[in-house]
Write a protein that binds this ligand. Structure first.
Ligand SMILES: Cc1cc2nc3c(=O)[nH]c(=O)nc-3n(C[C@H](O)[C@H](O)[C@H](O)COP(=O)(O)O)c2cc1C
Length: 214
């Protein structure tokens, strides 16, 4: 009898652990963005700057939602178009989010974070030491399988420009909300691409660190 109870307790423990583990690795639904907050545009422009000191304090889910919506969220639900322009509206730039708990892909249509790698990859997102400390690192990846026309030279320029618009949206959101940020090209792209399990058509363009000031 004792033996059976022990087994039952063990079974319940394993079932609960599995349920929690699944919850941990499941998609994270972001709350709707707050579109009526922040500084006026001219004030945000006057505050825009690169900063390289970050505290470890995490961003709330609401702040992550606002940040990602500002970056490239849908601002016209009828057409599904975004806050950042996109050549031919290919929407070929993906924003990956490296958090202490793992790497996520911002799924634009559902405005949620899809888990990609359940490891802390922040340190790998750049060659500067603050990247491993800041609570959020965004990685801008172009998926050339969504680019349907033009030669690679042209489309690479267009896609890189698309990343620039997204990065500037992030700069302005951060300026408006008192967050620090810096866009970064100093990345070991081969190592990061491998850690992110990217496919042959997916190319890392830039990364951007976001967090509270130290
Ligand atoms: C394409 C690009 C790549 C950059 N790469 C890095 C980088 O790897 N690391 C870094 O600390 N800053 C990087 N920066 C930020 C610049 O150093 C910064 O914008 C510049 O010093 C001007 O400062 P400001 O943004 O405050 O005006 C990059 C900026 C751009 C546009």
């Amino acid at each position: 009898m004792k033996h059976k109870t022990g087994l039952l307790v063990l079974f319940l423990f394993l079932a609960c652990s599995l349920a929690f583990a699944q919850q941990d690795t499941g998609p994270i639904q972001l709350p709707p963005p707050q579109t009526d907050i922040g500084q006026p545009l001219m004030k945000a422009l006057s505050l825009r700057r690169s900063s390289r000191s970050f505290s470890e304090k995490p961003l709330s889910l609401q702040e992550l939602s606002n940040l990602l919506w500002a970056a490239h969220g849908i601002n016209r639900p009828g057409s599904g178009k975004l806050t950042a322009p996109s050549a031919m509206n290919w929407q070929e730039v993906d924003v990956y989010v490296a958090l202490p708990e793992g790497l996520y892909l911002h799924e634009v249509k559902g405005h949620r974070l899809e888990p990609v790698v359940s490891k802390d990859l922040r340190r790998l997102t750049g060659r500067q030491s603050f990247v491993g400390r800041a609570s959020v690192n965004l990685i801008y990846v172009v998926d050339f399988s969504r680019v349907s026309r033009g030669n690679r030279e042209d489309t690479t320029v267009w896609s890189a420009a698309g990343v620039g618009f997204i990065a500037q949206n992030v700069y302005l959101y951060c300026a408006s909300q008192g967050l620090n940020t810096v866009v970064r090209g100093l990345i070991d792209k081969r190592a990061l691409s491998k850690a992110m399990n990217l496919g042959p058509e997916q190319v890392i363009i830039l990364a951007q660190t976001v967090g509270y000031p130290e």
